[in-house]
Design a protein. Structure first.
Length: 129
């Protein structure tokens, strides 16, 4: 898993362009789950009486064999992104795919690696560019 901060120059629009391009170049499906995520957070907001925020997003890029990624800022600030990878039934390809993705993302953002066995945590660096 990698984590990074969106910037004014390379924000959510740039991320979606990069991920759509990766999906196309790897013959994978691109799917935005942001609408479903917004509906779910609206229900959560109503249930706990707290506003979760309108700028949450969830994007998937995947193949039928389960290889893919999920990118989201859920649980972090609107400019903080975590990208997790799935190996599906093709772990060798999944390893290559994750390297391709990291190389592409690193062209626009400064990536941090999330330690194995731990989820992404909010950092103090996003929003302080």
């Amino acid at each position: 898993m990698v984590q990074f901060c969106l910037t004014e120059e390379h924000g959510l629009d740039a991320l979606t362009i990069v991920l759509r391009g990766l999906a196309a170049s790897q013959d994978m499906k691109y799917e935005e789950g942001s609408t479903r995520l917004h509906q779910g957070t609206t229900l959560l907001t109503e249930a706990i009486g707290n506003r979760v925020g309108d700028e949450q997003f969830l994007i998937f890029v995947n193949r039928p064999d389960g290889v893919g990624l999920g990118a989201t800022n859920l649980g972090a600030g609107s400019s903080e992104v975590a990208v997790g990878f799935t190996a599906g039934s093709a772990p060798d390809y999944a390893q290559r795919f994750s390297s391709i993705v990291a190389e592409r993302l690193a062209q626009y953002w400064r990536l941090g690696t999330v330690p194995s066995g731990r989820g992404a945590l909010p950092t103090e660096t996003c929003g302080k560019h």
